[in-house]
Design a protein around this ligand. Sequence first.
Ligand code: ATP
Ligand code: MG
Ligand code: MG
Length: 348
Amino acid sequence: GATIGILGGGQLGRMLSVAAARLGLRTHIYEPGANPPAADVAHAVTTADYTDTDALRAFAQSVDLVTYEFENIPTAALDTVEAIVPIHPNRRALGTSQDRLTEKTFLQELGLTVAPFADVTDAAALEAAIAQIGTPAILKTRRFGYDGKGQARLTSPDDAASALDSLAGAPAVLEGFVSFTAEISVIAARNPQGDIACYDPGENVHRDGILHTTTVPANIPARLRTDAVLLAARILNALDYVGVMGVELFVTPQGLIVNEIAPRVHNSGHWTQNGCTVDQFEQHIRAIAGWPLGDGSRHTDITMENLIGDDMDRVPDLAKDPKCALHLYGKADTKPGRKMGHVNRVTG
Ligand code: ATP
Ligand code: MG
Ligand code: MG
């Protein structure tokens, strides 16, 4: 069978490796950090930095194709790998989603609705952006933000200076605050043949900027469920996308607003492990390996809950609950805010 290279050895790389193994495929993980969660289950692991060109070349030569489990891979590393093997999802999809300004511009040009936004390079640009967008608003770094990091909320124009300071001069975008009634996400997949399969949209609740729960079905009208799936398909087609993508949406009385896209398997798709015949991890492997896609239909109602930091103390009780499927990442040290595992509670 083929060997799939995965850039990044976190929990997503771990669950992708398990899915690949179930299909008789091997994975080779590339991860700078020691003891990555994916190392336990992958066939091979390279521990080296993204600046180590020799290690990247050797990694690329040992695999048939490369995918990734996070967005912030240095461009030079991708160039080195891509000179040797194909990367899925493609560089355009990755580049577009790495930068919030590029991402929002792309989505807007596709005809989709995004929150009002403006480029913020300095204090004067922020002042102009506030004049244009108003407050409340959120200032977000263009790159490297996740779990709500690299963001500052402005309740009034007086917050401008402190918001800018908190981002330490990083290029940013100002976004108008969306008063949404719910947050949902679509996990969508596309293969090289152009087939698309979407999972049922899940409803997401965040706590302290981090995903807390995803519930399926989302409590939204059927009309919006269709809108969500169709707009996700439009994004994948526009990018000639191959693999699984997470599309985060705000539900408002005026319809759906796209928050952001993630060119990879997504935390809000973990429910598929116990709700679908083919879960998002297998779906991603199928897509990038050119296999037929699973259809994405859901056989039960589920709530996924992230187990973060001390939530691990609840594992013995959760393990006694016959409605709960535990997925633990094997991380040695518990830290506040660190994703240690998740639990899928079947409610249907
Ligand atoms: P992720 O971990 O999902 O990649 P992130 O750090 O990229 O998160 P966002 O998804 O942009 O951050 O924002 C995190 C959360 O903050 C959103 O899910 C939403 O709850 C809230 N939020 C972000 N932007 C807005 C907005 N313009 N209006 C209202 N709420 C927002
Ligand atoms: Mg994000
Ligand atoms: Mg997000």
